[in-house]
Design a protein around this ligand. Structure first.
Ligand SMILES: Cc1ncc(COP(=O)(O)O)c(C=O)c1O
Length: 446
C-alpha cells in the first residue's frame, strides 16, 4: 500500500499512541517512521535515508529487498501459506538438508524449527534435558539469549531481571572479557586459563552430573561483541566432554555469514552439540529460528517423544524465505564476504579511534564489531556504567547519528557496527564518518 500524504502525517502520532515498543520507556520515544528499504539503506516517510549500520538487530544479513528472497516468499504465498507442523513438506526438508550441510558435524544433523531465537534456546535446553535426564544449565553473565521467561532467565545480563524469579536450574558464570577482565589480568592467555578454572569451580559446586548443558554465544553479541580469547571455547568443549555435558552454541547473531563463515563454530573450529539460529536465516524478512541437533543426539527422538512444539514451527512462508536466503548467500558468496568487510572494519574503525578519544576499544571479527566508549582511555572509565540505572548519553548520541543519516543500535557505552553483508567500503566509510562527527559532538557535552 502506498502511503498517502495524510497517512504519512498521522502514522507517527498514531504509532506512538497505539504501539508498545520493546525495552523502552514509551513516553520518550522518538524514532523515524520507516517506509521502505533497499540494500543497506532504510527510507523514512519524509524520504530521508539511513545507512543500516547494525543490519536492524544484527539480522538483515543480505541487506534489504534481496530479490531472490522476495521471489521465494511471493511464490510460496500463492502456493501454500500454512500447513500444520506435523505435515511433511518439500521445502522444510530442503532447508533442513542445507542446514545439515552448513553445520559442522560429519555425521549429519536434523533441525527443529521455531519462530525466533529465544524460543530456539528454550527448545535446545528442553532437548538437552530430555536426552541427558539432567536439569541444570550454565550460561554466561554477559549474554543475551532471548526475552520470554525461559530464554530471559537464560540471559545473564540485566534484561533478565524483568523475569525474576525466572525458571529454576539456570546458573550463571563469568566468561572472559579481555578489555574489562573479570579475572584481573591483562594477559589474554591468563584470562582464558582463569576463566576455565572459574567455570570448573562453578561446575564443582553445582555437581557436573546434574548439569545438562552449557549455553554460550560463540561471540557475545548485544553485550558488547566480545570475542573470547584463544583457547576458551576449546577449553569449554573439553570441560563438557569430561563431564558428559552438552554444549549449545547460540548462533542467533553469529550465524549466516556474520563472522565470515556459515556458523561461527566453523570459523573457530570448535564443535557444539546443538546450534540455535534465527535472524540471518531469512535475513529477518520473515520470523524463523531453530535448533540444529547433531545426528547422534537427534536419533534419541526416534523412539522418544520430542516434547517441543509451536503452531508456527516450520511455517511455510518463513521456510520459503530461508530457502531463498540460503540460495542468495551461496550465489553471492556471502557466507565468506565478512572476511573482506573485516579488513575494512579494522582500517576504518582503527581510524575512528585515532579521531576520537572517546573510543576506548574497537573489537570484533567479520562483519561483527563494536566500539566501546570511555570517558578516559587510560583508566577505561566507561561512558556510562554497564547495567546502571541510567542509559547515559548514548541514546541522544545515536539520535544525532540518525540525523546524519546512519542507524546503529547500542547499549550503555557500546555501539554495534554490524552492517548487512552487502555493504560497500564507501558505505561503511560514510557510516564511520558520521560516527566520528557524532562522537565529536558528544565530546563537547561531557
Ligand atoms: C544471541 C541471541 N540469542 C537469542 C536472541 C533472541 O532472539 P529472538 O529475539 O528472535 O527471540 C537474540 C536476540 O537479539 C540474540 O542476540
Amino acid at each position: 500500500m502506498m502511503l498517502t500524504a495524510q497517512s504519512t502525517k498521522t502514522a507517527r502520532p498514531k504509532h506512538k499512541e497505539l504501539v508498545l515498543t520493546p525495552w523502552s520507556v514509551q513516553g520518550s520515544l522518538d524514532m523515524p517512521t520507516i517506509d521502505r528499504a533497499e540494500g543497506s539503506w532504510l527510507y523514512d516517510t519524509e524520504g530521508k535515508r539511513y545507512l543500516d549500520l547494525s543490519a536492524g538487530l544484527v539480522a538483515v544479513n543480505l541487506g534489504h529487498g534481496h530479490p531472490t528472497v522476495i521471489r521465494a516468499i511471493a511464490a510460496q504465498a500463492s502456493r501454500l501459506c500454512y500447513a500444520a507442523p506435523a505435515f511433511f513438506n518439500d521445502l522444510r526438508a530442503e532447508v533442513a538438508q542445507e542446514l545439515a550441510i552448513l553445520a559442522p558435524w560429519p555425521e549429519g544433523a536434523r533441525t527443529f524449527f521455531t519462530t525466533g531465537g529465544g524460543e530456539a534456546n528454550e527448545d535446545a535446553l528442553k532437548m538437552a534435558r530430555m536426552i541427558s535426564g539432567r536439569h541444570k544449565v550454565l550460561t554466561a553473565y554477559r549474554s543475551f539469549h532471548g526475552s520470554a521467561p525461559g530464554a530471559g532467565t537464560l540471559s545473564g545480563e540485566n534484561r533478565r531481571w524483568f523475569n525474576e524469579p525466572g525458571i529454576p536450574g539456570v546458573i550463571h558464570f563469568f566468561a572472559p572479557f579481555p578489555y574489562r577482565s573479570p579475572f584481573n589480568t591483562a594477559d589474554p592467555a591468563e584470562e582464558t586459563r582463569r576463566a576455565l578454572e572459574h567455570l570448573e569451580l562453578v561446575l564443582t559446586y553445582e555437581d557436573p552430573q546434574r548439569v545438562a548443558a552449557i549455553l554460550l554465544e560463540p561471540v557475545v553479541g548485544s553485550n558488547g561483541v566480545i570475542v573470547y580469547p584463544d583457547g576458551y571455547l576449546k577449553g569449554v568443549r573439553e570441560l563438557c566432554d569430561r563431564h558428559g555435558i552438552f554444549l549449545i552454541f547460540d548462533e542467533v547473531m553469529t550465524g549466516f555469514g556474520r563472522t565470515g563463515a556459515p556458523f561461527a563454530c566453523r570459523r573457530f573450529g570448535v564443535t557444539p552439540d546443538f546450534i540455535t539460529f534465527a535472524k540471518g536465516c531469512t535475513s529477518a524478512y520473515v520470523p524463523l529460528g531453530g535448533v540444529i541437533v547433531r545426528e547422534r543426539l537427534a536419533k534419541y527422538f526416534d523412539d522418544h517423544v520430542l516434547g517441543c512444539g509451536h503452531t508456527y514451527s516450520g511455517h511455510p512462508l518463513a521456510i520459503a524465505a530461508a530457502h531463498g536466503a540460503m540460495q542468495a548467500y551461496r550465489e553471492g558468496g556471502l557466507y565468506e564476504r565478512a572476511l573482506e568487510i573485516e579488513t575494512w572494519m579494522r582500517d576504518l574503525l582503527g581510524g575512528l579511534s585515532q579521531r576520537s578519544p572517546l573510543v576506548g576499544d574497537v573489537r570484533g571479527l567479520g562483519a561483527f564489531f563494536a566500539v566501546e566508549l570511555v570517558r578516559d582511555r587510560a583508566t577505561r572509565e566507561p561512558l556510562t556504567a554497564w547495567q546502571g540505572t541510567s542509559p547515559g548519553p548514548l541514546p541522544a548520541m545515536l539520535k544525532t547519528l540518525r540525523e546524519r543519516g546512519v542507524y546503529a543500535f547500542g547499549r550503555y557505552s557500546v555501539i554495534l557496527i554490524t552492517p548487512p553483508l552487502v555493504i560497500t567500503r564507501d558505505e561503511l566509510a560514510f557510516g564511520v564518518d558520521a560516527l566520528a562527527a557524532s562522537l565529536e559532538e558528544l565530546a563537547h557535552t561531557l
